[in-house]
Design a protein around this ligand. Structure first.
Ligand SMILES: C[S@@+](CC[C@H](N)C(=O)[O-])C[C@H]1O[C@@H](n2cnc3c(N)ncnc32)[C@H](O)[C@@H]1O
Length: 298
């Protein structure tokens, strides 16, 4: 998975967006982040923001545009670091962010193999964690084996989790994302916050709503030659809790509705996905099941 994604993103750059759509191409989530950031961080002096897996830079641009119009002083005290595996994506992001060039830095970084060293007060991530390699296990005749039956594991979280899941249902365990988040938290300055958006499952209902065969066929997906996997949010939350780090989960849509104070629905804008005022979305997309917002820290 790591090699496939390295090859894919390094060669494609922003052309990857013809294979998939993300909410970072819309405005709502980035606006919500900027509203909360301006509210909660305005009393601080110099502020460091990091974003990982930045894609074409639109998520950062909408955030910084919104911040500048809300609080130009705070914008000028902010430095925004953008990290991505793909040099091509970074080049595209640099172009997108030319109007905020003086407060942005761009750096190549592999979240699957490196530990973040840049300190931050606030960190943003959209649809990176689901691109990191995961292990997929299932219970089969009472034993735990990997999806291709070539490996087993003695990991206690995996065995406890699979005790509550039916035989033959494949469950992803995102150990690389877990490790990345743990090391990321170590780079947070006192009172840090991480806002991460991604798709996956959080509740038992989110898993069992799908018949086993359908579930097994959709948890690992290919877009073009990019490989992506559902995030096991209970695993990420349990790991953070075991390190004494506060974290909370909410559906993306609930988050956006709470911050913007209005009912919303999904819209496919042509550039990507977004949340718009209810009644104005595209026909055909009615649900956002599986998209979650993970807040870590304050
Ligand atoms: C699905 S795209 C999302 C891009 C952007 N955040 C958005 O939502 O539009 C995943 C992004 O993460 C980057 N990426 C994938 N694997 C990575 C890794 N191991 N380390 C750092 N960046 C990675 C890709 O190059 C790409 O820019």
């Amino acid at each position: 998975m790591r090699k496939a994604n390295l090859r894919y993103y390094s060669s494609k750059g922003k052309a990857a967006y013809s294979d998939f759509s993300t909410f970072a191409q819309g405005r709502a989530l980035a606006r919500c982040n900027a509203i909360e950031f301006a509210r909660d961080f305005s009393s601080q002096g110099e502020i460091l923001i990091c974003e990982y897996g930045v894609g074409n830079g639109n998520f950062a641009k909408v955030f910084l545009d919104e911040l500048k119009s809300k609080d130009a002083q705070l914008h000028s005290r902010t430095h925004y670091f953008l990290f991505d595996l793909s040099e091509k994506m970074l080049k595209d992001a640099r172009k997108t962010l030319s109007s905020h060039g003086s407060i942005c830095s761009f750096e190549r970084f592999d979240a699957a193999s490196e530990a973040p060293s840049q300190n931050f007060d606030y960190c943003r991530i959209n649809e990176l964690l689901s691109d990191l390699p995961a292990d997929i296990y299932m219970k089969s005749q009472g034993k735990i084996t990997s999806m291709d039956s070539k490996r087993t594991t003695s990991d206690l979280f995996v065995s406890k989790f699979l005790e509550r899941v039916d035989e033959g249902r494949a469950i992803p365990f995102n150990f690389t994302a877990e490790k990345f988040l743990s090391s990321l938290c170590l780079a947070g300055r006192p009172g840090f916050r991480i806002d991460a958006f991604d798709y996956g499952f959080y509740s038992a209902e989110g898993i069992f709503i799908h018949p086993k065969e359908e579930w097994n066929s959709i948890i690992l997906r290919k877009y073009g030659s990019q490989v992506t996997v559902d995030l096991n949010f209970p695993q990420l939350i349990a790991s953070l809790a075991s390190q004494g780090i506060a974290a909370a989960i909410e559906s993306q849509k609930d988050y956006a509705e709470r911050v913007l104070g209005m009912p919303l629905e999904i819209s496919e804008t042509g550039k990507g996905l977004d949340y718009v005022k209810a009644g104005k979305g595209s026909e055909g997309i009615i649900e956002d099941d599986g998209f979650y917002y993970l807040r870590i820290g304050r």
